[in-house]
Write a protein that binds this ligand. Structure first.
Ligand code: NAD
Length: 668
């Protein structure tokens, strides 16, 4: 549509009978950004900057009338106008950074001229949109209307044509830049603070640099630099990865064989069983979505403890300024703590988050079967257990599924929706609707121990103890992961989650882990006890290296008769990440995940796989499957361990020059 648009602007500019130009859009939104699928294809003229230049040089007032969303290229188009007006419900933003890009059609040079450098930096580096009212306060829009956008915009343009001051091009408006130009050190400090949160990503840095160019370079030079940076990012692996994730998330909500004709069940109120770490977080997630929730505990003491923790979490958010006090009160008012299971009788959805013990869970589900109303969705938050075995403890297995939240459940975005072999289609649809309502990213997976996320985690963890015994330490291993781009390494993560959970699990299955077991026997359960793989000062969330642990690791090496050697980060990553890829191939072959990209969504949102590399599947295809198979074979020969036995699917794909992305399992 760029061509007819460009022609129209030129024609209207030349037409003397036209006093002003108003740009408005039919349908549900203003121009909401580029067609991302076209990125990387040869562009056709006129380009977006040509359109914006034509608008800017129209020689008469131009007004963008914005409803819905003016995002990315859409907002840049509006910035080519002399004025912007909007419906009060409109949102405006430059979200390019979320796709690993920067606004490439003048957004970084024009936005600061309207809102000042600080606000522009925040908007462009975060990519978060602002509401019309905020945009009005910031100077991004000139007027906001409740209704009748087009008529009001035309009236606005009428006024503008008779106003004494001629319409000014945004590019010529310098006054909001004076202050920042005089204090570039201040701007640099703001940039440094913003970039701290996005370590390892190129796009936020490029965004910040482009805004700085708007302050220091002549306008056209800033534009040229921005355009060059845009194309450099467009060609980068990081941006490719982020665009892949964008599509993967949209793909993930499509469940094979379940069409739009499947209507979700109503969700007016919910119940949670267990007010521990997960139950409390899940209740908070539900309350954030406005769902009233009854929280059932085993006894009064546990109930009081659970509610106290929820309150403490809310208070901490309020203290940080992340939550308004009245919003905290509203959410707390939605929660009803109780020890009476009967309180769940009216709930449309019950989520069980009691102990990870199949007998406990089966007993709870048979109780729920007696109490829950017909049609209620019954979910378990189990991490590893067999959802089908839990479902048959009820007389209504079609209503049962897994809803696997991640810790902390009120924060982490991922929701693994576990489809049992009897789960009804509309129960799955209800789970997807719930995810949307409470702001989670859902992925539907099949039943197997650990589902997709924890099963890959187990594969990643299999060699950790061996690496420690052979010469690595928790901190050298964690450092390799952080360098790769994970927010934290596996040992820091284990300390955060609590070492006792894995210990109990190993004991239940007659398994051992020399070092982890020894730590647990010393009562070192991680952060909750102030000691785990690391040492934690009172209340600290990051640990320090503990010489006692290094001594213990060395002693266990000696006992195992293992000569310690220095282990390079490359080896650490090969022996942990490659087995994950192998497991991902097995998961695909078994149909546990519907598509390869679902695995990426799980690992980015549940486990912090670096966004710039996006996910195990994407990263593996980037690395090359042939190399991964080669290295797995190498380590299997070197260690003799089954961990490195290459999955047939992975070997086949590698041999055929294929990619995991291309694999489709018809039975998934
Ligand atoms: P937790 O020990 O912190 O909490 C469990 C709570 O359930 C306790 O407060 C306990 O009193 C209560 N409870 C036990 N039996 C009950 C019963 N019959 N009726 C009512 N309440 C009962 O454990 P958690 O870490 O919150 O884990 C809960 C579940 O979530 C487990 O299945 C676990 O595998 C799963 N999970 C945990 C995590 C995690 O990181 N902690 C992540 C995902 C899933």
């Amino acid at each position: 549509m760029r061509k007819p648009f460009h022609d129209a602007i030129l024609a209207l500019s030349a037409d003397r009978a036209v006093a002003a130009i108003v740009i408005a859009c039919a349908g549900r939104t203003f121009v909401a950004g580029a067609d991302i699928r076209k990125f990387g294809k040869p562009p056709e003229r006129p380009h977006l900057p040509d359109l914006i230049a034509a608008l800017e040089n129209a020689g008469k007032p131009t007004v963008a009338a914005i409803h819905g969303a003016a995002f990315g290229g859409g907002l840049e188009l509006a910035l080519g106008c002399s004025w912007r007006v909007a419906l009060v419900s409109a949102k405006l933003g430059l979200p390019e950074v979320k796709l690993g890009l920067l606004p490439g059609a003048g957004g970084t040079a024009r936005l600061p001229r309207l809102v000042g450098a600080s606000k522009a930096l925040r908007m462009i580096v975060s990519g978060d949109p602002v509401a019309a009212s905020q945009a009005l306060a910031d100077g991004l829009v000139d007027e906001v209307f409740d209704a009748d956008l087009l008529a009001n915009a035309i009236a606005f343009a009428d006024q503008a044509t008779v106003a004494e001051e001629p319409a000014r091009r945004v590019r010529d408006r310098e006054e909001k830049l004076f202050q920042a130009r005089a204090d570039l050190d201040g701007i640099d400090a703001e940039v440094a603070a913003l970039l701290k949160k996005v370590r390892g990503l190129d796009a936020p840095r490029a965004c910040a640099e482009a805004v700085r160019n708007a302050l220091t370079l002549p306008f056209d030079d800033a534009l040229a630099a921005e355009r060059a940076a845009f194309f450099a990012l467009l060609a980068s692996d990081q941006s490719r990865a982020q665009r892949h994730l964008f599509f993967a998330e949209r793909e993930a909500v499509k469940i094979p064989r379940i069409g739009p004709d499947i209507i979700p069940r109503a969700l007016r109120s919910a119940g949670v069983v267990g007010a521990g770490t997960m139950g409390g977080g899940i209740a908070m997630a539900l309350a954030a979505g406005g769902v009233p929730v009854a929280i059932v505990e085993a006894n009064e003491e546990a109930s009081a403890r659970g509610m106290a923790r929820i309150r403490a979490n809310y208070d901490a958010s309020v203290a940080r300024g992340a939550l308004a006090p009245d919003e905290r009160d509203r959410r707390l008012a939605l929660m009803t703590p109780t020890i009476r299971y009967e309180a769940l009788g009216e709930a449309d959805l019950v989520i069980e988050a009691a102990f990870e013990d199949i007998a406990v869970k089966r007993a709870i589900f048979s109780r729920l079967d007696e109490i829950a109303k017909p049609g209620a969705v019954l979910a378990t938050n189990t991490s590893y257990l067999d959802v089908d075995a839990i479902a048959v403890a009820t007389g209504r297995p079609a209503d049962v599924l897994g809803l696997h939240f991640f810790s902390p459940a009120n924060v982490m975005k991922l929701l693994e929706i576990v489809r049992g072999n009897k789960t009804a289609p509309d129960v799955l649809a209800t789970a997807l609707a719930l995810a949307k309502r409470i702001g989670k990213v859902p992925v539907v997976v099949g039943v197997c121990p650990g589902f997709v996320g924890n099963r890959l985690l187990a594969a990643r963890s299999a060699e950790l103890e061996n690496l420690l015994l052979e010469g690595a330490t928790p901190s050298t291993i964690d450092a390799a992961f952080v360098e790769f781009g994970f927010p934290m390494g596996p040992f820091a993560m284990a300390d955060l989650a609590g070492l006792d959970i894995g210990w109990a699990n190993r004991k239940a299955h007659g398994r051992a882990a020399v070092i982890a077991d020894a730590l647990c026997e010393l009562g070192r359960f991680g952060q909750k006890t102030g000691r785990g793989y690391y040492r934690y000062a009172e209340g600290a969330r990051t640990g320090t290296v503990d010489p006692d642990v290094e001594t213990l690791v060395a002693a266990k090496s000696a006992q195992a008769g293992s000569a310690r050697r220095q282990i390079e980060p490359g080896e650490i990553l090969e022996r942990t990440l490659h087995p994950m890829i192998n497991e991902a191939a097995k998961i695909l072959a078994e149909g546990i995940a519907s598509r390869a990209s679902d695995i990426d969504v799980v690992w980015v949102h549940g486990y912090g796989f670096p966004i710039g590399k996006v996910g195990p599947r994407f990263w593996a295809d980037m690395e090359g499957l042939t190399r991964i198979v080669e290295r797995l074979d190498h380590w299997r020969e070197a260690t003799g361990r089954g961990t490195f036995s290459v999955a047939p699917l992975l070997r086949d794909l590698a041999a055929g020059g294929g990619k995991l992305a291309e694999f489709k399992n018809p039975t998934a």
